[in-house]
Design a protein around this ligand. Structure first.
Ligand SMILES: C[S@@+](CC[C@H](N)C(=O)[O-])C[C@H]1O[C@@H](n2cnc3c(N)ncnc32)[C@H](O)[C@@H]1O
Length: 249
């Protein structure tokens, strides 16, 4: 997702694996790693020295994008942090973000919340990638602004986002029943380019939901919650069937 000629900042660089890989792809561009905590900061500096990349990768100590100047790089990677922290970094780094052409985001939790933040704050989601390594990682490629070619375009309000997402699910999956916004935002990776992975991702979501349902006691106080979860499970089944149909056609 990172164009080989683009200058990049990797926020929350920790072990500096990402800057080192980026330097291997193209060492003749700006590569910055930012780390907030002291121990990982020293670790990142040491890794860069060990890799002999001191002249190629610069490790800076700072919070999010606060040690990056607007226009210094074109791409920001923020991976391995929670959705709330990622959104906060974008909010606080607005001046820098506005000058970026691309964001590559890998939230570790509640990816739907980050998608909601992006789409309500004038970012387009251009691409979604699923990576399976012991668990599913959801990688979001986003762009500041409203791009016509985007997978999901931004909306000014929750209600218009909800309506827009329903139209998208109707168009892409021929799915016309009401869906909660959260469910659709969780399932945006299904719009990615790999139906095989999308199907595996859905299967895991179904299994998780089944596990949760089995552990909820069948008492009056959990009736509404159980009904919501069963309805979500039904949606996942239907979408899985539709995806399989799309794969066969
Ligand atoms: C789990 S590691 C992720 C490492 C790497 N980005 C990856 O995806 O493998 C998260 C790192 O982000 C750093 N971090 C957390 N909040 C940060 C912030 N606001 N600014 C910079 N670094 C931050 C943590 O200290 C930690 O080293």
């Amino acid at each position: 997702m990172v164009p080989p000629d683009s200058g990049v900042v990797d926020v929350g660089t920790d072990h500096a694996t990402v800057p080192i890989q980026l330097a291997r792809i193209n060492p003749n561009r700006k590569i910055i790693g930012v780390e907030y905590n002291l121990r990982p900061y020293h670790q990142a500096v040491q890794k860069i020295v060990n890799a002999g990349l001191e002249l190629v990768v610069e490790i800076r100590k700072g919070y999010g994008l606060d040690c990056v100047e607007p226009g210094e790089v074109e791409v920001a990677i923020i991976a391995g942090l929670g959705s709330a922290t990622t959104a906060e970094i974008l909010r606080k780094g607005k001046r820098v973000v506005q000058g970026l052409s691309r964001l590559v985001l890998g939230p570790m939790d509640y990816a739907y919340k980050l998608r909601q933040y992006l789409l309500l704050n004038n970012y387009s989601i251009q691409r979604e990638l699923l990576v399976h390594e012991f668990r599913w990682y959801e990688i979001i490629q986003a762009h500041p602004g409203d791009l016509e070619s985007a997978l999901v375009r931004p909306y000014p309000s929750l209600s218009s986002l909800h309506a827009g997402m329903q139209r998208l699910f109707a168009r892409e999956f021929d799915y016309h029943r009401y869906l909660p916004l959260q469910t659709m935002l969780e399932l945006v990776p299904l719009l990615g380019e790999d139906p095989e992975k999308a199907s595996g991702f859905l299967e895991d979501k179904k299994n998780n939901l089944n596990r949760i349902l089995q552990n909820i006691p069948e008492v009056e106080s959990t009736r509404i919650r159980r009904r919501e979860l069963r309805s979500k499970l039904e949606t996942l089944w239907e979408l899985k069937e539709k995806l399989c149909g799309l794969k066969m056609s």
